[in-house]
Design a protein around this ligand. Sequence first.
Ligand SMILES: *[C@@H]1O[C@H](CO)[C@@H](O)[C@H](O)[C@H]1NC(C)=O
Ligand SMILES: *[C@@H]1O[C@H](CO)[C@@H](O)[C@H](O)[C@H]1NC(C)=O
Ligand SMILES: *[C@@H]1O[C@H](CO)[C@@H](O)[C@H](O)[C@H]1NC(C)=O
Length: 236
Amino acid sequence: MLFSSLATALVLLTSSVSALPKPPPAANLDSLAARYPKSDLPAPDGLQLKYVLLGVGTQNYTCNGNETAAPGTTGAVAKLYDIGTRLNRDPLAPWKISSISGLALSLSSFPNLLEGYLMLEGYNEWMGNHFFTPMDATTSLPTFYLDHVKATPFPIAMVSKKNATDAPKSACPGTKNEGAIQWLQLVDEKGLSAGGVNTVYRVETAGGNKPAVCKDQKATFEVPYTAQYWVYGPKA
Ligand SMILES: *[C@@H]1O[C@H](CO)[C@@H](O)[C@H](O)[C@H]1NC(C)=O
Ligand SMILES: *[C@@H]1O[C@H](CO)[C@@H](O)[C@H](O)[C@H]1NC(C)=O
Ligand SMILES: *[C@@H]1O[C@H](CO)[C@@H](O)[C@H](O)[C@H]1NC(C)=O
């Protein structure tokens, strides 16, 4: 009921907002930086907040036919949208930050509704993609490839997991109750990043978790998720 009326409202509203002008890019995200979602992860001390992105995509897993084994993790793919520019000047940001991921995940099975929601909130600026870059036969690095950012060079973060903590119990558990993936501190330890970014926090996760064991799973499978990626770099 709630969902269907929400859906109707979004459809009606999006037909009228598509002509709204885009806001100019934020000069900085200093006011949003103070609202960084706190957790047991080490704080981003001494770094400057550069982007806050909503990732909408899938976590990819593998199984090898052993029903009692845990699935392997092969990576993730997600589209990254700019939510920071709007949140930075939104007085409701403290309340919105914790609800965006769950709402976007629940709408993500209906691309028109998701697009409508992103447009309404001004989160529809597509900044680039998240994927994993293979380094050798066994390693691949989480990559944030922000090629839609108008900067030369455009930002690329190639990072490794430095710290992890379970998502809070209040996190959206996903479209099939898979559970929310962990919050992560991801840091560039190889000097492969570009464009003034070197640290990414994956926070406010929704869904994406793997099942405990491979029973009834295909050889490769995907679990839908959303997350916020708070992207930092050295202070200018
Ligand atoms: C993660 O960070 C916490 C502090 O926020 C620290 O106590 C813990 O040892 C760190 N874990 C790892 C694996 O570095
Ligand atoms: C299946 O996975 C379980 C749990 O990891 C392991 O103990 C078992 O040896 C595996 N079986 C085979 C046939 O590889
Ligand atoms: C994850 O799944 C997506 C969608 O099927 C696919 O395009 C992508 O190549 C997969 N990535 C990995 C690392 O397995």
